[in-house]
Design a protein around this ligand. Structure first.
Ligand SMILES: *[C@@H]1O[C@H](CO)[C@@H](O)[C@H](O)[C@H]1NC(C)=O
Ligand SMILES: *[C@@H]1O[C@H](CO)[C@@H](O)[C@H](O)[C@H]1NC(C)=O
Length: 264
């Protein structure tokens, strides 16, 4: 049993799309790769979603948090200036998952089609502009990824890239493990990599969000676990849209050099 004083919460953050995968990796690491233990409840009950205020069956993030003891795993999409000071004061372990802007935009668009409590995404061409202007829930992607990037060293944030996870999941699971000050065997790492593959998670009823009613998430419009690939943006952006987006991107990201990759 770890000493109470050393127990910290783990926080998983991203700009709207991409926490589910890391949540499962972190939960499995905390349970030494025990698949059954991690199927004890749906994702939304195992890992409180800090800012959520939704009708049942989605529990309010704060209520759920209050009913759990550290080490808790907490999910949030809040930009850095809005997360509670306690995250830093209590030296919580904070994992940020960033994904390249174009794939993130595509993923968000399909999510807005199937999350029926989100505003309608509207036409694709207009959606691109909404994304560029930061007119979507949780604000600007550009400010979000930059905010955590600029603070990552000072605040000891583990800044991960979705593309790296796709490229070499084993390497990234090991990075997460080390950051969490855990040590699990090679066999357990292999098991976690397998259990968190897209295919396995898509069929895991405790992770694929079919536990929410159809009035909330309608998977017949677009599955919550849709493709999980890098580079799907090429199937959505026309060459003209891509060029226009890239020009704006260069302006909005001129003050940082975050090594995003749009293909692997
Ligand atoms: C669905 O959209 C609503 C409205 O923006 C949001 O509050 C909620 O967090 C989304 N649901 C999930 C589970 O991500
Ligand atoms: C979710 O998991 C269940 C159980 O394995 C499976 O039958 C279903 O097809 C999955 N649904 C989606 C939309 O991924």
């Amino acid at each position: 049993e770890p000493k109470t004083s050393s127990i910290k919460d783990f926080i998983i953050i991203c700009y709207v799309l991409g926490t589910t995968w890391t949540q499962e990796i972190v939960d499995l690491l905390l349970h030494n790769g025990d698949a059954k233990a991690c199927m004890r409840a749906p994702t939304v009950q195992r890992i409180p979603f800090l800012e959520i205020q939704a009708p049942p069956p989605i529990p309010s993030g704060l209520e759920l948090l209050g009913s759990m003891k550290p080490p808790r795993v907490i999910k949030t999409h809040l930009p850095i200036q809005l997360v509670p000071e306690g995250f830093w004061k209590n030296k919580c372990k904070v994992i940020y998952v960033a994904r390249n802007a174009k794939d993130n935009l595509v993923s968000y668009y399909h999510f807005d089609r199937m999350n029926l409590t989100q505003p309608e995404p509207g036409p694709w061409d207009e959606y691109i502009h909404k994304f560029m202007r930061g007119k979507l829930s949780w604000g600007s992607w550009y400010d979000h990824v930059k905010g955590y990037w600029q603070e990552r060293e000072k605040r000891n944030i583990l800044y991960l890239f979705f593309e790296d996870l796709k490229e070499d999941p084993r390497r990234e699971v090991e990075r997460i493990m080390r950051y969490m000050d855990l040590s699990v065997s090679d066999d357990v790492i292999d098991k976690i990599v397998q259990l968190t593959s897209f295919k396995v998670m898509k069929d895991n009823p405790m992770a694929n969000y079919t536990f929410l009613p159809k009035a909330v998430f309608d998977h017949s419009i677009s599955a919550f676990m849709r493709k999980g690939e890098v580079g799907d943006w090429t199937n959505h952006f026309t060459p003209a849209q891509s060029q226009m987006f890239d020009e704006d991107y260069a302006r909005q990201m001129a003050d940082v050099d975050i090594p995003f990759r749009t293909s692997i």
